[in-house]
Design a protein around this ligand. Structure first.
Ligand SMILES: [Zn+2]
Length: 261
């Protein structure tokens, strides 16, 4: 066989093999669903007897208030808004592809446009009590080809208890997608300013060592404090503002792995 023909045959065999393997795998693999609420929060869940499909209802169990908490996409996809005042209330459905879909019911508000492409961990709505419900909660479902499935989070199936406070789920959704590089501050009464200058207004004061995320750093006024001299300042994600690099718990005057603003 001429070499060109051999290559053509090999190529068609490869394409054929790839097609045969790829199609059934894609259709069956579920996305790696994560909890529908923010990173670090602990919620409890239950499934009541009159519940539709294989839904679980979630309420906060970490001392925070359920009502008003952001609802997050448990996987990426295309979000659609719906309203069913006598039932699901304001709700969002996300099409994940491969036949997979998730539901988020009873929202007090939508956070994305109808038809928006959303990524895992993105806020899609706000927890509320719209529709037929006795109180604020997230009614959450996973469906495959329109059929409700037993809910799986991070690869593990959840229990289906008949009441709250028997089983709990702590979210790691969005934990990895927060902007900036994590550091801790040290010292007390550390002032966060609106810009990298001593004349910039103070926007927050850190009472003690605080976990922060540094978005970028830049040179500003020289600060002399705690036996150090440094003119580099770190821009924090929250509280939003600048703090002298002196107060970032790192031995380097210029923080490693942090871009210049
Ligand atoms: Zn429900």
């Amino acid at each position: 066989m001429p070499i060109r023909r051999v290559i053509a045959v090999l190529a068609s065999l490869l394409v054929g093999a790839a097609t045969l393997v790829a199609v059934p795998t894609e259709a069956m693999a579920a996305p790696n669903f994560k909890a529908p609420f923010p990173c670090g929060q602990r919620w409890t869940y239950s499934h009541h007897s009159a519940e539709v499909r294989r839904a679980l209802d979630f309420v906060r169990a970490d001392g925070g208030v359920t009502n008003g908490t952001p609802v997050l996409a448990s996987a990426g996809g295309t979000a659609h808004r719906y309203s069913q005042p006598s039932g699901a209330g304001n709700y969002i459905a996300i099409e994940h592809g491969g036949g997979w879909k998730t539901y988020y019911f009873h929202l007090s508000a939508y956070s994305v446009a109808d038809g928006a492409q959303v990524s895992q961990g993105q806020q899609i709505g706000v927890t509320g009590a719209t529709g037929n419900t006795t109180g604020p909660h997230i009614h959450y479902e996973q469906l495959y080809n329109g059929v409700g499935q037993d809910i799986v989070i991070n690869g593990s199936g959840l229990a289906y208890p008949g009441s709250y406070n028997q089983y709990f789920l702590t979210s790691d959704n969005g934990c990895g997608s927060q902007p900036g590089k994590p550091f801790n501050t040290w010292g007390s009464g550390v002032r966060v300013r609106s810009d990298a200058y001593l004349s910039s207004p103070v926007v927050a004061t850190l009472g003690g060592p605080t976990a922060v995320r540094v978005l970028c750093q830049k040179q500003g006024d020289t600060v002399n404090a705690e036996g150090y001299t440094n003119n580099w300042w770190a821009k924090l994600a929250s509280p939003a503002g600048f703090v002298s690099n002196i107060y970032i718990d790192d031995p380097n005057a210029v923080l490693p792995g942090v871009p210049v603003c």
